[in-house]
Design a protein around this ligand. Structure first.
Ligand code: GDP
Length: 477
C-alpha cells in the first residue's frame, strides 16, 4: 500500500544519488570474483535478462569513478579483470577492506520517477572480510564471556582435536602469575593456529572469532592481536599485572581499536548488503561444517536485525534494508541442482533468522555463480541421462589418477543434491550419515565467448541478474 510516509521515503531514496553496497563473506567465499563480475557485466552490457533496467535498455552507461574515501584501499578491479579474462586465472582474494565507485547513468521507468531522480546512481562497493563481521557480537561480550564461549566451542567434538594443543597449554597456565610478553605471544599463536586449522578445506568451519586472527589486515603482530581466551577462569577479577589482566586488557583493546571503528566507519554506513557463502564447501566437509555455517549465519544476521532490542541499532544511522545471501559457485553443480541448493540454503537462512530474531521479509537467497566456469552436457547411462559439467581443470588438479595441465577440458559428474530438502536436513541431524558427496574440481575461469559478428561477450554467470535486480532494481526504477 502506498502511504505518504513511504512516498516520502521513496522520494528520499531517489534523490540520494549514491548507495553504499557492502560485499562480504568468509575468506574464499567469492567476494573478489563477485565484484569483478558485477562491474564487468555492468560496464560491458552483460547478458542480464532478469535485471530490468538493463533488459529494458534504460541503462545508458556504467563506468568507474574515483571513490569518495581517500583512506580506504581501492578495489583493484583492473588487475582482477586482467587475471580473469586475459590469463584465465582466479584473482587475488580479499585480505582486508577495499572500495570502488561504479556510476550508472539511467532513465527511470516512470515519468514520476524521471521527475524526481537525477538519472545517475553511484554505487560505492565496499568489500570486507566476513570474519570482521563475525566480530560484531564481541561488542556485547566481556572477556570472561568471550573466554567461556570460545572454550566451549573448542571443546566440541568437531574441534577438540584441533584445539588440543592450545587448550592443554592454556589450562596449565597460572592466570594470576605476572604477565610476560613471550608467554602471551606463545598462547596467542597457538590459539590463532587452531582457528586457522578450523578454516582448512577439510573442516571448513565458519564461526571463528576474533576475525583479525584469520584476516589481520595491517594489525599483524600488534598487542591488540596478541591475546587468547583463557579456559576455566576463577571467580573474581584479574589482579593488576597478571597474565589474566593483560589478556583482558588486550581483548578490550581489540574491541575498541578494531571492532568499533570497523562498525562505525564502514558497516554502519551501508545501505545494501550481499553475504556470499560457500555452502557447497561446507556440505562437502560434512554435517559439522554445515551446522557451523548455520551458527555463523545466526551471528551474522543478528548484526542486520532491525528493531528495538538490537545492541547495534543505536549506532546505525543508515539502515540496511535488504540483505542478499548468495550461495556461490553454483557452477560446480548441474543446473538441475541449482534450485535445490537455493532451497537448502533458504532453509538454513530461515532457521538462522528465527534464531537471530530477524523478521525475514527483506532477506533473499539466490544460488549463483558470479563467474560460470563450466558448461553443461549429459551422457547416456543405460536408459538414463547423466547430467555432467564440462570445464578446464586448473593446472595440477588430479582426477582419476590423471594430473591436468590447465589446457584441456574435462567432463565430470558433479554429484547432485537431494531433490527434497527435508532429506538433507535429516542427514544434517544424524551426524553419523554423510551429506551427499559432491565431486569438486577446481576449474579455470572460462574463455569469453564471441558472437558471430566477432563481439566478445562479458563474463558468463548464473543468476547474477537476479541478484542485481534485488540489490539495485528499485533504486533504478
Ligand atoms: P574472497 O576471499 O571472498 O575474495 O574469494 P575469491 O573471490 O577470491 O574466490 C575464492 C576462490 O573461489 C577463487 O579463487 C575461485 O577458485 C573460487 N570462485 C569464486 N567465485 C567463483 C565462481 O563464481 N565460480 C567458480 N567456479 N569458482 C569461484
Amino acid at each position: 500500500m502506498i502511504t505518504v510516509d513511504n512516498l516520502v521515503d521513496r522520494a528520499g531514496d531517489m534523490l540520494r544519488p549514491n548507495m553504499r553496497f557492502g560485499v562480504t563473506g568468509l575468506s574464499r567465499a567469492g567476494k573478489t570474483v563477485f565484484i569483478t563480475a558485477l562491474v564487468h557485466n555492468l560496464i560491458h552490457g552483460g547478458r542480464l535478462p532478469l535485471f530490468k533496467a538493463q533488459q529494458s535498455g534504460r541503462i545508458a552507461s556504467a563506468y568507474l569513478e574515483p571513490q569518495p574515501d581517500d583512506g580506504v584501499p581501492r578495489f583493484q578491479y583492473e588487475d582482477h579483470v586482467r587475471a580473469l579474462v586475459e590469463e584465465r586465472l582466479w584473482p587475488q582474494s580479499t585480505r582486508a577492506i577495499s572500495e570502488l565507485r561504479l556510476t550508472i547513468e539511467y532513465e527511470s521507468a516512470s515519468a514520476w520517477n524521471r521527475l524526481l531522480s537525477s538519472g545517475k546512481l553511484s554505487i560505492d562497493i565496499v568489500d570486507y572480510p566476513g570474519e570482521w563481521l563475525l566480530d560484531l557480537p564481541l561488542l556485547q561480550q566481556d572477556f570472561a564471556e568471550f573466554s567461556r564461549m570460545a572454550v566451549s566451542l573448542a571443546r566440541s567434538p568437531a574441534r577438540i582435536d584441533l584445539a588440543r594443543q592450545w587448550l592443554e597449554t592454556a589450562t596449565n597456565l597460572d592466570v594470576r602469575a605476572p604477565a610476560d610478553e613471550t608467554g602471551a605471544r606463545g598462547i596467542a599463536g597457538l590459539f590463532a593456529e587452531y582457528l586457522r586449522n578450523c578454516r582448512s578445506d577439510e573442516r571448513a568451519l565458519s564461526t571463528l572469532p576474533p576475525g583479525r586472527f584469520l584476516m589481520p589486515g595491517d594489525l599483524e603482530g600488534s598487542p591488540a592481536l596478541t591475546f587468547a581466551p583463557l579456559p576455566d577462569l576463577p571467580e573474581g577479577s584479574a589482579s593488576a599485572g597478571s597474565l589474566w589482566a593483560m589478556m583482558e586488557r588486550r581483548y578490550e583493546a581489540y574491541k575498541s581499536l578494531v571492532v568499533k571503528p570497523f562498525f562505525r566507519e564502514h558497516f554502519a554506513r551501508l545501505d545494501r548488503q550481499i553475504i556470499l557463502i560457500d555452502a557447497l564447501q561446507a556440505m562437502n566437509a560434512g554435517p559439522e561444517a554445515v551446522q557451523d555455517l548455520e551458527r555463523a549465519l545466526v551471528d551474522i544476521l543478528s548484526c542486520f536485525r532491525p528493531g528495538r532490542s538490537n545492541f547495534l541499532t543505536s549506532l546505525i544511522s543508515r539502515r540496511i534494508d535488504r540483505v542478499l545471501i548468495g550461495a556461490t559457485k553454483a557452477d560446480h553443480l548441474h543446473q538441475e541442482s541449482h534450485d535445490r541448493l537455493e532451497e537448502i540454503v533458504g532453509r538454513l537462512v530461515s532457521r538462522a533468522t528465527r534464531k537471530a530474531g530477524y523478521a525475514k521479509a527483506d532477506i533473499e537467497v539466490i544460488a549463483m555463480a558470479a563467474v560460470r566456469a563450466t558448461r553443461e552436457t549429459n551422457a547416456k547411462q543405460g536408459k538414463d541421462r547423466l547430467p555432467l559439467i564440462v570445464g578446464t581443470p586448473m593446472k595440477g588438479e588430479k582426477i582419476d589418477g590423471k594430473t591436468f595441465n590447465g589446457n584441456t577440458d574435462k567432463r565430470i559428474f558433479p554429484g547432485d543434491l537431494p531433490e527434497d530438502a527435508d532429506s538433507f536436513f535429516e542427514h544434517l541431524h544424524d551426524t553419523g550419515t554423510p551429506i551427499p558427496h559432491l565431486n569438486f574440481v577446481r576449474f579455470r575461469p572460462p574463455r569469453l565467448e564471441r558472437t558471430a559478428e566477432g563481439v566478445t561477450l562479458s563474463l558468463p554467470h548464473i543468476r547474477l541478474d537476479r541478484a542485481f535486480e534485488f540489490l539495485f532494481g528499485d533504486w533504478l526504477a
